[in-house]
Write a protein that binds this ligand. Structure first.
Ligand code: PMP
Length: 445
């Protein structure tokens, strides 16, 4: 009905104006500013279950899930209870506590990592894992894939060219910084290869493997939109170890989401090190890295690779992570239900787009999904270059039409959406009704 539609945005707009006066772009993380979809971002007042409520009182079915952490839905009673219990005992000690041991035991038991170190974000996890890989191997170079995102550490903000790039020095796979403020000298230590291109990776390893400390990768990509690895690419990833290169799976997005043991468990990967974030903190700021004991034991104070944190192992954050993992472990059906909802969503989007004559190509795995506005066959968008062919203007119009109907999709074509356990048939119905109208609106143009 008309009065439940998110038409009032005066308070969000006023807050956005105030925010812009005191914060760069008015936000504390860029994609929240809606730059790629236009319009004013909604300022959120509260979130429960599958819903966000903004400061104007509009309610939205939430597909952001805080960009991954909220796999149980917002304000889950077990997580809230655990946080409140921890809160009653003080918020930070700067000394070890039992909850850190419990969460480390849970993570090692679930994932097979032999050691784990907690940090405060995904960025810290990947940054620390790479330092460790360099310290362990004594090598300088790292490899990342075009369109993969691993947080904002200097050496990881490196622009990806098409396939292996050749720079002025004639080096294979070298690339330039993608952010101001990253010295070229840092960027030069990061070699970029194409995701889902096993031959390019094999070539890079043959030419430069002896200088490379680690290959870091998203086992399922969420940050170019969803890209699913081919079996051939996974095999090439495993081969990098023939050159003494460490394999680092960045499971910040996929860990504890695509299965209890993440994408790694789902795809049968065995990395040397793994990075986690998001779900592992249950909505509080946590990251972690872990893996082989012989590698992890090089971390200080056990070894010479320094890494520290004032708030690392924070009791509230550990409590939220522990409660989240406990609910996930106690409910073996949960991943099947997430997958069922999301594949019904995928099928619904495909048929609604088809009916409206709007070209859409859907990639979906477990509770992650991207609907690319382009006419490729479903599942055939495999590389960053494939994803980049999408019609971002059409996506922006579709996004706004969804938002106007109370469905909060990821505000960029090149992001995954996240389904949580609080999404039920009722939310699917609301979503599909909005999607049919939004595609129909695009088809009319
Ligand atoms: N790695 C991956 C795969 C991510 O998706 C993200 C964040 N979206 C990060 C690392 C960085 O995590 P954070 O934002 O917590 O620093």
């Amino acid at each position: 009905t008309a009065e439940t539609l998110p038409s009032q945005t005066a308070r969000s707009e006023a807050l956005f104006a105030r925010a812009r006066a005191v914060t760069p772009g008015g936000v504390n993380s860029p994609v929240r500013a809606f730059r790629s979809v236009g319009g004013s971002p909604r300022f959120i007042r509260e979130a429960h279950g599958a819903y966000l409520t903004d400061v104007d009182g509009n309610r939205y079915v939430d597909y952001i899930g805080s960009w991954g952490p909220m796999i149980l839905g917002h304000d889950h009673p077990a997580v809230r209870g655990a946080i409140l219990e921890a809160l009653a005992g003080g918020t930070s000690f700067g000394a070890p506590g039992e909850r850190e041991v419990l969460l480390a035991e849970a993570v090692t038991r679930i994932t097979g990592a032999e050691r784990v170190r907690f940090v405060n974000s995904g960025t810290e996890a990947t940054m620390s894992a790479l330092r460790l890989a360099r310290g362990f191997t004594g090598r300088k170079y790292i490899v990342k894939f075009r369109g993969n995102y691993h947080g904002h550490a200097d050496g990881l903000l490196v622009e990806a060219g098409s396939g292996l790039m050749t720079n002025a020095e004639g080096g294979l796979g070298q690339s330039a910084p993608s952010s101001a403020g990253v010295p070229e000298e840092y960027a030069r230590l990061t070699l970029v290869s194409e995701y889902n291109d096993p031959a390019a990776l094999d070539t890079l390893m043959r030419e430069r493997g002896h200088e490379i400390a680690a290959v870091i990768f998203e086992p399922v990509v969420g940050n170019a939109g969803v890209l699913i690895p081919t079996p051939e690419f996974l095999a090439a990833l495993h081969r990098v170890r023939d050159a003494g290169v460490l394999l680092i799976a960045d499971e910040v997005m996929t860990g504890f989401r695509l299965s209890l043991n993440g994408a790694t468990g789902l795809l049968g990967l065995s990395p040397d090190l793994t990075c986690w974030g998001k779900v592992i903190g249950g909505g509080l700021p946590v990251g972690a890295y872990g893996g082989r004991a012989d590698v992890m034991d090089r971390v200080s104070p056990q070894g010479p690779v320094y890494q520290a944190g004032t708030l690392s192992g924070n009791p509230l954050a550990m409590a939220a992570g522990l409660a989240t993992l406990a609910v996930l472990e106690a409910d073996p059906g949960i991943y099947g239900r997430l997958e069922a909802y999301t594949s019904r969503l995928a099928e619904g989007l495909k048929s609604a787009a088809r009916e409206a004559g709007v070209p859409v190509s859907v990639n979906q795995i477990g509770s992650m999904l991207t609907a690319f506005h382009q006419d490729a066959q479903d599942g055939s968008v495999r590389t960053y270059a494939d994803a980049a062919r999408s019609d971002t203007a059409a996506f922006a119009r579709w996004f706004q039409a969804m938002l106007g109907r109370g469905v909060y999709w990821a505000p960029s074509q090149f992001e995954s959406i996240f389904v949580g356990a609080a999404h039920t048939d009722a939310e699917l119905e609301i979503t599909m009704e909005a999607a049919r109208a939004a595609y129909a609106g695009l088809g009319e143009r």
